[in-house]
Design a protein around this ligand. Structure first.
Ligand SMILES: Cc1cc2nc3c(=O)[nH]c(=O)nc-3n(C[C@H](O)[C@H](O)[C@H](O)COP(=O)(O)OP(=O)(O)OC[C@H]3O[C@@H](n4cnc5c(N)ncnc54)[C@H](O)[C@@H]3O)c2cc1C
Length: 448
């Protein structure tokens, strides 16, 4: 088996892994990012997750910056994002639309600028642990099997694959029954008359989410970014999908929307048998939704499906049981932690594993909560960190930390922490967290 060695190996090239590898590379460490697909971006590209939400608190303070903000600015420079726009649904303060094709190319360029190596088409399917440390991972691909050893490993697989295969403690879904949030096959439609959609909202505000920015839309003060509601149409439509409303977001093209309405429940996104069933069910739902939108939603009469996710969107699978488990109470109280490495203002937003609704809990305090460094530190395996969906939380707290901007932020923190651990020759659990915070703050990360 061909062998290579790196200071830091980042597993998974989603938003968390990209930012982790950029951060580690910028700290001067030899870094490898391993991704199973032929492109990076994770759910943002493979599953068409869109838009990113949110970089701000409910009152409009920006609490996610650092590399995440740099990506937004560099996307804006090349026409790949309009930046942070008001969320016309009124659920959060801002959403950040982006062009997935431009994002994945920019991300690769930024990885190479940071001198990180990237290995695509490579699936990690073996983790070798010696004396409580990961010695190497093995990837399978067209080149056969490669053995990749490292001093530090960061699990950004979304499914905590590395932690799971290493024997580090992980958990999945709700504590009481291990059920997870539903899976969703996202898709885009083009040919949508968005002026007609907007006029319908202005004429029938009672049919939409109570916080929709109807007045601002009527006065042309904000562009239409998202729509939630069409309650009577959904009820009358009789689409056999267990949800209670229509949800879609505009862009990136002027006549285009991203539809977030399919809902596949009762399947474990880390089980290939379940995934096989879920992929087909998701694609069948897309076709049903296409017919429903064209026949029932004003403005969609001539719209057509333009893109469907390469894979079904997976909200929740495994996460590590780390040095600290972030709870719902921590989030809703806006709790401050001495070892904060990222903050977020996104509320808890649980798509129910079995019912049709979404359960929401808002963040109090100054509107943001802290993510402590200890949530990134795995137990039992001393050179393993986690970022993005894999960090250590309860099922409820996960329903906010899973969002893309937070995943990017924990990725940057994990990459920086791994580099410090390499420098100090110590375990991630033993690094000087104050020093980590100083580096992150000097790179624009908001910690207060
Ligand atoms: C339906 C749905 C709707 C959502 N809506 C929004 C939204 O509107 N706004 C928002 O900001 N966020 C949203 N999210 C959340 C967000 O998309 C994800 O939680 C976010 O992408 C997490 O980033 P990540 O890098 O941790 O994981 P992922 O994006 O899942 O990336 C993990 C990466 O690891 C790779 N990988 C996995 N296993 C292996 C392996 N064994 N070997 C090699 N590579 C591997 C994957 O291919 C992938 O590229 C949504 C998610 C879903 C599913």
């Amino acid at each position: 088996m061909e062998e290579r060695h790196y200071d830091i190996i980042v597993a998974g090239g989603g938003p968390a892994g990209i930012n982790a590898a950029i951060a580690a590379g910028r700290q001067g460490k030899t870094t490898l990012l391993i991704e199973r697909y032929g492109f990076v971006g994770g759910m943002s590209t493979a599953a068409l997750v869109y838009p990113w939400m949110t970089f701000h608190t409910e009152s409009g303070k920006q609490v996610i910056k650092g590399i995440a903000q740099e990506i937004v600015e560099r996307l804006m420079e090349r026409g790949g994002s309009p930046g942070h726009l008001r969320d016309t649904i009124g659920f959060v303060h801002t959403v950040t639309p982006y062009h997935p094709e431009i994002y994945q190319v920019l991300a690769m360029e930024m990885l190479y600028e940071a001198r990180a190596d990237v290995l695509l088409h490579s699936f990690i399917d073996e983790v070798n642990v010696k004396d409580g440390r990961i010695d190497h991972v093995v990837v399978s691909g067209k080149s056969g099997r490669l053995k990749l050893s490292g001093a530090m490993f960061i699990d950004c697989t979304g499914d905590a694959d590395v932690a799971y295969l290493s024997g580090a403690p992980v958990q999945i879904g709700r504590e009481k029954d291990n059920l997870t949030q539903p899976l969703t096959m996202k898709f885009r439609m083009r040919g949508v008359d968005l002026e007609k959609v907007k006029q319908h909202i202005i004429d029938h505000p009672e049919n939409f989410y109570q916080k929709m920015m109807v007045e601002e839309l009527a006065n042309n003060e904000v562009p239409l970014t998202g729509v939630q509601g069409f309650y009577p149409q959904w009820e009358a439509g009789g689409v056999p999908i267990n949800r209670d409303q229509v949800l879609f977001f505009t862009g990136p093209a002027d006549d285009e929307v991203l539809i977030n309405c399919s809902r596949v429940q009762g399947h474990n996104g880390a089980d290939v048998y379940d995934l096989t069933k879920a992929e087909l069910e998701g694609r069948k739902q897309v076709l049903m939704l296409r017919d429903f939108f064209r026949s029932s939603i004003p403005g969609f009469e001539n719209a057509e499906v333009s893109n469907v996710g390469t894979q079904i969107g997976i909200r929740e699978t495994r996460r590590i049981n780390g040095e600290y488990i972030l709870t719902k109470e921590d989030v809703t109280a806006g709790k401050r932690f001495a070892d904060v490495i990222a903050r977020s203002g996104y509320p808890i937003d649980i798509h129910d594993p079995t019912k049709k609704n979404v359960e929401v809990a808002w963040v109090e305090g100054d509107g943001a909560f802290d993510i402590p460094y200890r949530c990134l530190v795995a137990k039992q395996v001393s050179n393993l960190l986690a970022a993005g969906r894999c960090i250590s939380t309860t099922h409820e707290a996960f329903a906010t930390t899973r969002l893309t901007p937070s995943a990017m932020a924990t990725g940057q923190a994990a990459g920086t922490a791994a580099a410090l651990a390499v420098n100090e020759g110590c375990a991630p659990a033993d690094i000087d967290v104050k020093q980590l915070q100083q580096i992150l703050a000097s790179e624009g990360v908001v910690l207060d």
